[in-house]
Design a protein around this ligand. Sequence first.
Ligand SMILES: [Zn+2]
Length: 509
Amino acid sequence: MQHRFIATSIPYMNAGPHMGHAMEFIIADILARYNRSSGNDVFFLTGADEHGSKIYNKAKELGKSTQEMLDEHVALFQELGTALATTPDDFIRTTDRVRHWPTAQAIWRKLEAKGDIYKKKYSGLYCEGCEVFLPEKDLDNEGNCPIHHKKPTLLEEENYFFSLSKYEDQLKKLITNDTIRITPEFRKNEILSFLGEGLNDISFSRSADKMPWGIPVPGDETQVMYVWCDALTNYLSGIGYSFDQNKFTKYYPTYLHVIGKDISRFHAIIYMAMLLSADMETSKNILVHGFVTSGGEKMSKSLGNVVIPEDIMKTYGSDALRYFITVGGGGVGDDIDYTPTGFHNHYNSGLVNGLGNIANRTSTLFCKYYPNGSDTDGFILDEGIDGVIISAYTLYKESLEAFDLRAGYVAVSTLIDLANKYFDEEKPWTIKDDPGKLRDILLNLVEILYHINILVAPYLPRTAEKMREIFSLTDSRLQDFSLDAGFRLTAGNKIMRLTTIPLLFEKIS
Ligand SMILES: [Zn+2]
């Protein structure tokens, strides 16, 4: 058993959640559930990034108090997490003065004690929208911010800086040799080539006048922390850095960050450098996912192509959305393109005709022939089927240890396809005069279905819950449903009794 701390990034609370957040929750939750069913002790953390002038200004614009707006947004994120059947162990808010602030301030002091924080006059072109100083090379031809199409303002202020450049070589080494493993490989290369251009020290605070909504810099009331020490430290406060030493020791260092491609540098470079400066172990893995596009375009209000996760779930259910995020894209870290037709086709072929079909027809036929159950005396699982089950587990584990959700699901599909094909070829409903053969065919199917149920659970938890009803298992050992490639239900259970269940997936036209 290993202790594995898995964290999503903490979304910025200037607005409610969108499809990209749903994607990140789903990916992280599948990996958290997989690790739990593998017997690991998982701590799965999500949370909220709640400071900064954008949030302060947005609340003003809405005529609300900042805290009131934040509470509303946080509730929306938590509702989405629940709707998607995600299973975080905690939710850390950066406005939490009891659990979060002491950690952020303790880390600041550690970096300062190391001599990595210094004060410097800084003048540059500042975009209010981005909340960053933009280098001139990043402006468009008119000298505007390329995102906000507004002229940045020339701003001079004295801020604290963090000696990021000091850690350039160390980071290169740790990322190159996978001590900090960045997945997929092309994102790792991107980070390495960025490091190759050389790092500049970064501004680490803001004047409290300009950004009243933030965590005070320890020992200097005139300054508040900028996002780096304010928000990235949630991965430390979230596991108890300043208030639960036992928990912290148990789960540190971070096993996995699940983050979007737009913030990979913040995690792979800035946060890792902060940990090095604090003499702490760096994170083991950073999984960088892509975005959900809509009909080949970035989702935007002006294009009218914004896809709302709740709308999809209303029609298809949460597991269908989890399924689409799993199989709808290409390789690990690629964007996933949503179209209503594409989604619908995945739903029909994978869930209605694939998984749902085999679960419902196996249980229905079994119950028809054996309403009071069948014995398993002398039953020997088909050797070919046994082999496919074993190799499915191997592929499944290898894929999920490499964070390849899609390949992991291919392993599940191998069993679904095997069962459907076996059912069609053996035609158990036509067997009239060979009860021994009929029983063996149905028990073979039951065994495959049981393993499908186990392997599919991290992906489609609500469906897996319903499937478990099929097996009517009362023995707690049989109800365990943890990953065990060697366990055979038909060998461990003297009487096999199944229950029919309602259709797992309704056909939707
Ligand atoms: Zn901007």
